[in-house]
Design a protein around this ligand. Sequence first.
Ligand code: ADP
Length: 258
Amino acid sequence: MVSNLQEQMKVQKMNIEDRMSKIGKKIAIGSGKGGVGKSVVTSLIASYLAKQGKNVGILDLDITGPSIPMMFGTDEKPIGGSSGIIPVVSASGIKIMSMSLLLPSNEEAVIWRGPMISGAVSQFLADVIWDELDYLLFDLPPGTSDVQLTLMQSIKLDGFIVVTSPQNLAATIVKKAISMAQELNVKILGVVENMAYAKCPSCGKKIDVFGNADVNKIGIETIGQIPIDPEISKLCDEGKIEEYEIDLGGIYNLLEGL
Ligand code: ADP
């Protein structure tokens, strides 16, 4: 029994190594708190990379609150076989895998304890057939939980991007997410500030809605800023987030340079 389990784990580990060896860069995107727009940021980075001609995948690891498929307007069921599960593909060619795609309906809740969630993460890593990708982005759940730990201990990430919003900047919870990555030897690439500013609808001028929040107080460089924009929430609701136009060239250059 024990040796059988050990054998299964060995096979899973080998599968993870094999799948990940075909992927150029593996980037995790996390936040301290929920609702700061982490999935929006993941989707916008993925879309920007895809627009530059890169082969991109997103693994939505927000197992209990997945939202990536909704933002890309896909609820297709992935095809599974003996060699693994084939991710679904978005309008612009981004490969997507998420727990919500495997559930019978969108409203289905995943009520699992930690070990089940960790098991799901390992299975996703071992079984999803990404094939060759330039980038695989991991959309993490908020906080420092089993998902983060399992991911960071199972594969060698190339970097970790922290998402925050100006109101949540000072939160010690952001620092906790950062220190977890540091403890597990994952390189912190920087902070993306979501809802950093608004644009005046008539003159296009930048408005600092939350005052001039000082990101540097968490001691990590800002690598991108995303405005609070009704167009973003509209496109999220319509499942068309990849149509949003934003220049994320700074993040692109940083990722290409890794
Ligand atoms: P998280 O992943 O941190 O829980 P999401 O990325 O799912 O948060 O964002 C939650 C919702 O907030 C989105 O569906 C979207 O409607 C809205 N939202 C996030 N960022 C923005 C933004 N920059 N401008 C407008 N709405 C946003």
